[in-house]
Design a protein around this ligand. Sequence first.
Ligand code: SAH
Length: 429
Amino acid sequence: MDLTQRPPYDSVDFKALTKKDPDFKTLWQKCSGKLDFQDSETIKTLSRTILRADFGLQIDVPDDRLCPPIPNRWNYVSWIQGLIDSTSPNYSNTYDPEREVTGLDIGTGASAIYTMLCLQSRPSWTMCATDVDKKSFESAARNLALNNFMTRAKLFQSTELNPLIPLQALGVDRLDFTICNPPFFTNASDMTDSLKGEGKSWKPNAVCTGAEVEMICEGGDLGFVTKIVNESLVLKEKVRWYTSMLGKLESAKSIIVLLKKHGVTNWAVGVIDTGSSTKRWVVAWSFGDLRPRNSIARLETIANEYLPFPTVYNIHLPSTITPAAAKDVINTHLLSLDLNWNWDEQSSSGIGEASQNVWSRAYRRAYERSKKENPGVSAGKDTRAIELAFRIRVIDLASEVELHWLRGRDQVLWESFCGLIHRHFKKSG
Ligand code: SAH
């Protein structure tokens, strides 16, 4: 079972689960294949079964605490994996077992579900986890011990007075990401109204949706995540990616508006959709300059004003230019510029890093002049700060050139670079 890149769920195959798990088979036969999602034992058995069958994990959650639906939780973890992988400092865009990654699970709950899914799927990751509720905290610790995760997890029982990201109390200087499923509701009636679930096919009941301490906080999900935003404005790059789930699309939009108001330009928005009637939303933001891939950052179904600037730019080659010729043009051009450029023939792609707009006419003139005046002086290792990093891939079959924005804060610089490459491949005549 390779979990390092396990895909998200788009549905759950109950029939297949009956073959994998005898407890679930018994339940399935008892209800003749009609699972009662109103029944807490059904929900619990389902969660336990999926965890065991798909992840090799065990959980034990007290009756009066939230028993998490696993597909929903996994899809969020899977999105985080994509976010982290596509913003690796070495631009690998895939799981790198050598890379140490530390996350913080804010409000881990009685199941410690995110912490467990992260640790189980990524052997090189470590996790911190907090909760303010004593009963949940103790249960989280038991679950981590049950699955032998104690050496890779750091637990901290927090209080309302602490920050949501208590770096000092956790004894860590920096984090790669935070993950959080906040209390969604502002008060008890907000919670019961929403959970009555009129018109919904999946009506969760009190047992599987959690105790009030888990579900309610001032301002609901928006209030909780606004607190995370405010902390992030102080912690800045101490955390590479701040993320949270939100209960409603409107809340996700409000958070994005707030981030934009504070000048954040590097964010990502996604949907958690496991095929049930309940959709959730996830938002991530960063003060760093590594840019996540489009498929993670841009949820095409929501309005453009809530989406970050695209990090991919496609150029379709005119029929007069073959992919092989395009590769030559790209390499010749990039090698003539004052930037780092490494082409890999096998993957038909190259990675470049530029310290500024080195393709402007003025810059190129000065560069040419200095090369003439100091012939033979090799640049040596380029120690200048990188303002733009990109990947260029030539896709033979599609006759396409694909540009990826990997690093940089300056959208104008990226756009200018895309225009530069595009100009080579405009239809002639
Ligand atoms: N992560 C679990 C639980 C989510 S419920 C899951 O996804 O199933 C929200 C959790 O946040 C509850 O366990 C609640 O006790 C916790 N919580 C509420 N306020 C908190 C705070 N200030 N700091 C840390 N955890 C908090």
